[in-house]
Design a binder for this molecule. Structure first.
Ligand SMILES: C[S@@+](CC[C@H](N)C(=O)[O-])C[C@H]1O[C@@H](n2cnc3c(N)ncnc32)[C@H](O)[C@@H]1O
Length: 273
């Protein structure tokens, strides 16, 4: 039976766009992420996904950035089987299923309470998976997460909805809470913020973006001296682009010739602390 969603706020609603893109990627002949669970969830929801006018380049970008964040999480967990994993602004994503976190890892999916209530209806329980219904800008929610283990923290699609001050405070709280760890998220340059506000495929989130953009990834090291950039992942230069359909592959290959051009698209920043 189809599941009807509660009335989400516009920011909460944004999770449906990324969920839908992962489902559409799964239906491609050569999927990038192969997230069958996203596809199952989309098919269960009574929701007009057809309203999202997403093009294939956008779908592939959403799938590829999720894959890069999965790789950060899996790599960290491989070296730290006692880790804590956090997915901030998790929406209805099931990253902990994709990365197959072992039971020695405690995984925390954090999103607003209304979103977490839907997660609890749709996503089967796992002993080591925990939902936290909270505003990530609220300083209190972290107190429920063990602070004596290394942490891998990912945020897929969250940054744009926070102001710069909110984002910097969140980073500082996370860095203070854990002894060490890694953090990765898709980041936006000021051009990418402008483009997201003006592209037809992202019109549903255009008015909701608060983050002004950050043009130099090293700027974050100046926000907190413990933060060290491991890698700026320019999606245009990732090997998966070879699997893209011809026209999109050539477009990405062109952008890949220049760091400045690549930063106009999707980038993932990966830090340790
Ligand atoms: C674009 S969606 C991405 C969802 C998910 N990460 C994905 O990739 O499908 C952004 C998510 O961030 C959540 N979010 C935005 N601001 C938040 C905040 N201050 N506290 C908690 N969650 C927030 C929204 O509710 C939404 O689920």
């Amino acid at each position: 039976m189809a599941i009807t969603l509660p009335a989400f706020t516009p920011v909460e609603d944004s999770l449906l766009l990324t969920l839908y893109c992962r489902a559409l990627d799964n239906r491609l002949s050569k999927p990038i992420l192969s997230d069958a669970t996203a596809d199952e969830i989309v098919r269960k929801l009574d929701y007009d996904f057809g309203q999202f006018k997403v093009n294939k380049n956008f779908i592939l970008n959403v799938a590829l950035r999720a894959k890069k964040l999965d790789e950060v999480a899996s790599g960290f967990i491989r070296h730290h089987p006692d880790a804590v994993g956090l997915d901030l602004g998790a929406g209805l994503d099931t990253r902990m299923i994709r990365v197959a976190a072992p039971t020695t890892v405690d995984w925390y999916d954090v999103d607003y309470p209304a979103v977490v209530a839907v997660r609890e209806r749709l996503i089967p329980d796992r002993v080591n998976a925990h939902n936290i219904g909270a505003d990530v800008t609220d300083p209190d929610w972290l107190s429920t997460v063990p602070g004596d283990r290394p942490a891998v923290i990912v945020a897929d699609g969250l940054m744009g909805f926070l102001s710069k001050d909110e984002f910097v405070s969140l980073l500082n709280r996370l860095i203070d809470h854990f002894p060490s760890g890694e953090i990765a998220f898709n980041s936006y340059t000021s051009f990418a913020v402008w483009a997201t506000k003006h592209a037809p495929g992202t019109s549903s989130v255009a008015g909701l973006l608060k983050f002004p953009g950050v043009d130099d990834p090293r700027e974050l090291e100046r926000w907190n001296p413990k933060l060290k950039l491991i890698r700026e992942i320019l999606l245009t230069r990732e090997p998966e682009v070879a699997e893209y359909p011809t026209a999109i592959r050539l477009y990405n290959r062109f952008l890949a010739t220049s760091t400045t051009l690549s930063r106009k698209g999707t980038i993932v920043l990966h830090f340790r602390f």
